[in-house]
Design a protein around this ligand. Structure first.
Ligand code: TYD
Length: 216
């Protein structure tokens, strides 16, 4: 089963992914934790180019194709083999990030993005997506704090440095996607305490695992 984690900067999805992975392992399931960009060796190099605030000149279309190249390699090298092994794949960001950051955020055509996403991902659509939602100002404050603490404000700060308007478009883009695909995308209230965020995730994920016959 393939589960993706989406949300604006600082929505706490990476923390939730780690906690959910540990929870599923405690229930005897085998889990693959991964992320985009950067879930494979090629992706690590692309992540560096894409997120470093010192990458001064990157046309929107070049940015898009770097994210798609990361996805194509990641699907081939990590996601498909892990699913074939029967693992539960938990992926921090995936196709929906492209739809909202390059689409709603940068203004690229959503139909074309869907088509390119589909090609890059070899048709690999997530079984479910958890969308971590919270106000933009809260998310950016958390992301800023984390980057200062981890010393990644420059090396991973290119998107965080975008305008407030950009981040608002991204959040709205995510909420619109969730409204379009309620069977796949589950909204998580990310403004709650991490323990409560985890409880929300466990509840929807366990229900889906039971549906797929992966949990009693
Ligand atoms: P990351 O450090 O993973 O952000 P976060 O910790 O908030 O998840 O950075 C990934 C950045 O790349 C994030 O700002 C969203 C952006 N992105 C896109 O614009 N398009 C994409 O297709 C993907 C996968 C990410």
């Amino acid at each position: 089963m393939f589960i993706t984690f989406e949300g604006i900067e600082g929505s706490g999805k990476s923390t939730a992914l780690e906690l959910l992975a540990a929870h599923l392992e405690s229930r005897g399931l085998s889990v693959c934790r991964t992320r985009e960009p950067g879930g494979c060796q090629l992706g690590q190099a692309l992540r560096h180019l894409l997120l470093d605030a010192r990458t001064v000149s990157l046309a929107s279309r070049a940015e898009l194709f770097l994210f798609l190249a990361d996805r194509a390699q990641h699907v081939a090298e990590v996601i498909l083999p892990s699913l074939e092994e029967g693992e539960i794949v938990l992926c921090d960001r995936y196709m929906d990030s492209t739809l909202v950051y390059q689409g709603a955020g940068r203004g690229m055509d959503p139909d074309r993005l869907r088509m390119l996403n589909e090609q890059a991902a070899c048709g690999m659509i997530p079984d479910m997506t958890l969308l971590f939602d919270l106000p933009v100002s809260e998310g950016l404050a958390r992301a800023g704090r984390r980057n200062r603490e981890e010393g990644t404000i420059i090396s991973e700060g290119r998107f965080e440095a975008e305008s407030m308007a950009f981040h608002h478009r991204v959040r709205e883009g995510y909420l619109a996607l969730a409204a379009e695909e309620p069977d796949r995308i589950f909204l998580v209230d990310a403004s709650q305490h991490p323990d409560d965020v985890l409880l929300q995730c466990v509840s929807v994920v366990e229900r889906k695992l039971q549906e797929y016959g992966r949990l009693a």
